[in-house]
Design a protein around this ligand. Structure first.
Ligand code: XMP
Length: 510
């Protein structure tokens, strides 16, 4: 296996992800893992991540020099390479100017790290993000690649299998990143490509079992991919000691509760289903402010969840479908930042309930979770479902929520999903849904004047929901959507298409 020592880079997980993509098992550990321990673990190779520090900082994270005597191959990335140079007696300079963004490297010396790439003649696009830089190589090291601004874009030791790169091979902008990591794994460390999602399931199951033991665990299930996969994994590990709580807040899509429940039952999951629709609807009577809606729904959810947990009895653990992007966002955005929307998730639960967290997905990215979901037997239909906000349809009904307005939106939403699927667009877009506007407009239906509701369609492309653009759906798909919604949903006489990007708009309307 490959050991990744983390020096605090934002992209450490991406390194792990690239290694996993190459079907090699890896583990991330903090930089200060004792060398004695590493020796016991016997990794086939070690990758030192980047990090925000400078090797001259008083508190700079360091590794013991003996690490390099283990004899196993080491690849230092950015800070990892500067630290290697520093420890071997080279000179690293603090530079005032950070180099950030694309650069072209030229390979200057044959090396197993660059197998398959050309020496000299060609240049390759890489991604830089660093403050300090190497001014003088440590004894025993040679440069194997350069850029216009540094002769030491990549280095290697002339006798031991120790390598360093100044750029970030783990990010997609580094064109040769995958080749480079694969070369390190297969040419230098002699790893074998045998790790896959099946092995992930085995390992995660084992780890959950070790952590939870005979304890009891609960899990808030929304029917979304993340929470469902979490529940499946945990239940695989501890069986009936897991109770999944599925709260129907009344703002689910058409037939959603039934679909999810029947699937979960089929898989033998113990589900505590709470239909609290009327309770939520009651609480939201007359509420039109989006943040108020979100707050009320969030608080009510926590209340119900706590009540259920009490009913279940003594519980020590809470399983949560936190993904890696959630983890990195919460650590990287330090300091005061504006609340755009109070996202409803189970974030508030662990503090309120004083439960230990079980988060088996916290190292994975969304697409890996989908792969895992398929491995665990989740039907494709559920695996590829579009993201759906916790407060559900409530924040897609602008203005007051009433049973009738819920009916209208639910019907319209079902048509959107159906038509996107039929036309083959469902899998191509990030999210597509209907929004019910708080206005009425005049129309004419069968010679009669109507004064009815307006539905807006929102279909967007995105990779991570941080930014998004409206999807250029073909006119005939839009035409069919509009026609069906107006004809089939009683109370709607107009359909609009939302053509705003995020930013400055957001994906949801509230
Ligand atoms: P916005 O509207 O902020 O949405 O551009 C970004 C993504 O997050 C989803 N979303 C939510 N997800 N709880 C969730 O779990 C929420 O309260 C919530 N609000 C928005 C939204 O659907 C989009 O995918």
């Amino acid at each position: 296996f490959i050991l990744i020592l983390d020096f605090g880079s934002q992209t450490t997980q991406l390194i792990a992800r690239r290694v996993r993509e190459a079907k090699v098992y890896c583990e991330i550990h903090p930089f200060n893992l004792p060398v004695s321990k590493i020796r016991e673990m016997a990794p086939k190779g070690i990758i030192l991540s980047g990090g925000p520090s400078s090797v001259y900082d008083k508190e700079a994270p360091k590794v013991e020099k003996e690490l390099f005597d283990l004899g196993c191959p080491i690849l230092g990335i950015c800070y990892g390479m500067q630290l290697t140079t520093h420890l071997f007696g080279g000179r690293v300079e603090r530079s005032e100017k950070r180099e950030y963004g694309p650069a072209q490297i030229e390979i200057v010396k044959d090396s197993p790290l660059f197998k398959g790439l050309n020496v000299g003649s060609s240049t390759y696009k890489v991604w830089m993000s660093h403050g300090d830089r190497i001014e003088e190589l440590a004894p025993g090291f040679v440069s194997i690649a350069k850029t216009e601004s540094t002769p030491f874009a990549a280095i290697s030791h002339s006798e031991s299998p120790i390598y360093g790169v100044q750029f970030h091979p783990e990010v997609v902008h580094t064109e040769i990143g995958t080749d480079l990591i694969r070369n390190f794994l297969f040419e230098i460390c002699n790893c074998e490509p045998i790790w896959d999602m099946h092995s992930f399931v085995e390992m995660a199951t084992r780890e959950i079992r070790e952590k939870v033991g005979n304890g009891r665990c609960i899990c808030a299930l929304s029917g979304g991919v993340d929470s469902t996969v979490t529940a499946l994994l945990v239940s695989r590990a501890i069986g009936d000691n897991l109770t999944s709580i599925f709260v129907n807040n009344g703002f689910l899509r058409k037939n959603e509760a039934e679909t999810v429940l029947s699937f979960l039952k089929k898989l033998g999951l113990k589900v505590d289903y709470v239909d609290a629709s009327s309770r939520f609807l009651e609480k939201l009577k007359g509420v039109v402010d989006p943040e108020k809606k979100r707050k009320i729904i969030g608080e009510e959810f926590i209340k119900i969840f706590e009540e259920e947990a009490k009913r279940i009895g003594k519980v020590e653990f809470l399983a949560q479908g936190t993904l890696y992007p959630d983890v990195i966002e919460s650590v990287s955005f330090k300091g005061p930042s504006a609340t755009i929307k109070s996202h409803h998730n189970v974030g508030g639960l662990p503090e309120v309930m004083k439960l230990d967290l079980v988060e088996p997905l916290r190292e994975l990215f969304k697409d890996e979770v989908r792969e895992l979901a398929l491995e665990l037997g989740m039907p494709e239909e559920l695996v590829w479902r579009h993201p759906f906000p916790g407060p559900g349809l409530a924040i897609r009904i602008l203005g007051e929520i009433t049973e009738d307005r819920l009916r209208i939106l639910r019907e319209a939403d079902a048509i959107v999903i159906e038509e996107l699927k039929k036309s083959g667009w469902y899998r191509k877009v990030w999210q597509g849904f209907a929004v019910l506007l708080p206005i009425r407009t005049v129309g004419v239906m069968g010679d009669e004047r109507t004064y009815d509701h307006v539905v807006a369609l929102r279909v967007v492309d995105s990779v991570d929901a941080m930014t998004a653009d409206w999807t250029r759906l073909p006119y005939d798909v839009l035409a069919r959507l509009s026609m069906r919604i107006i004809n089939e949903v009683d109370g709607v006489n107009r359909v609009c298409y939302d053509i705003s990007s995020k930013p400055p708009s957001t994906i949801e309307w509230e």
